[in-house]
Design a protein around this ligand. Structure first.
Ligand code: MD3
Ligand code: FE
Length: 219
């Protein structure tokens, strides 16, 4: 069913813009198909292992560059050693259109060339603790697309993982862009609400989040 309560475009902080319902159901279906393909290989989706022995509850697959704590490589040495799938032009174009929409500036996407994407899958129990994304050698914006179950997204400050922070719900089809001073803010996903997604996206359960980034790495 269509949303009964409109959710307007919102700037949470300078450079941090939430655009609810940016992706239509058909675009979400196409992204789900693409993500399913990447999840099967050449590097399969998996729970990222942390250097101190922990395992993330979220499952992740990367394209363009492989992220493992705390660096980017072309091959997935912590999974199966394969080179990750290439970052497709259509996804970079979607990223440029996302910047135009979020910043309401027809030139906002000019020159934006994301070269990696992390696809995160959350089952009903998965969460992501408060962290900064600082393994990229670029201050270019991060583009986030959500599909499936609604979650609580916690957007914090640039100093530490504690308050002040703002909680917002991210639903299927929502776009979030993090640029400028918000690029290095702490953020996390404390909760997913199982059963809130629309199966018409092709995702029967769980939550998908795709983030595009610029690594700033050569080659
Ligand atoms: C703010 N993913 O993959 S997306 C991540 O929903 C990550 O899976 C979350 O945090 C998820 O690193 C949050 C929103 C997001 C992504 C990257 C950011 C917010 C950000 C980078 C800088 C600031
Ligand atoms: Fe992050």
């Amino acid at each position: 069913m269509a949303a009964l309560i409109p959710r307007p475009r919102m700037q949470l902080a300078p450079g941090a813009v939430h655009v609810p319902g940016w992706l239509g159901v058909e675009q979400q279906r196409e992204l789900v198909v693409a993500c399913r393909g990447w999840a099967t290989g050449p590097v399969p989706i998996r729970h990222t292992r942390l250097p101190r022995g922990g395992v993330m509850s979220v499952q992740t697959v990367c394209i363009g560059w492989h992220w493992q704590p705390y660096r980017y490589t072309r091959t997935a040495g912590d999974v199966n050693g394969s080179r990750v799938a290439p970052f497709p032009d259509w996804l970079a174009e979607l990223g440029r259109r996302a910047l135009v929409a979020a910043y309401e500036d027809p030139a906002a996407g000019d020159g934006y060339a994301p070269d990696t994407a992390l696809v995160n899958f959350y089952d009903g129990r998965a969460t992501m603790g408060m962290h900064q994304d600082k393994d990229e050698r670029s201050g270019a914006p991060v583009v986030s697309l959500s599909i499936g179950d609604t979650c609580v997204f916690r957007f914090g400050n640039t100093e530490n993982r504690n308050r002040p922070y703002t909680d917002v719900e991210l639903a299927s089809g929502d776009l979030f862009v993090f640029g400028g001073p918000s690029r290095f803010a702490y953020h996390g996903v404390p909760k997913v609400f199982p059963g809130t997604g629309d199966p018409a996206t092709g995702l029967a359960s769980g939550r998908l989040n795709l983030t595009m980034r610029v690594t700033g790495l050569p080659g």
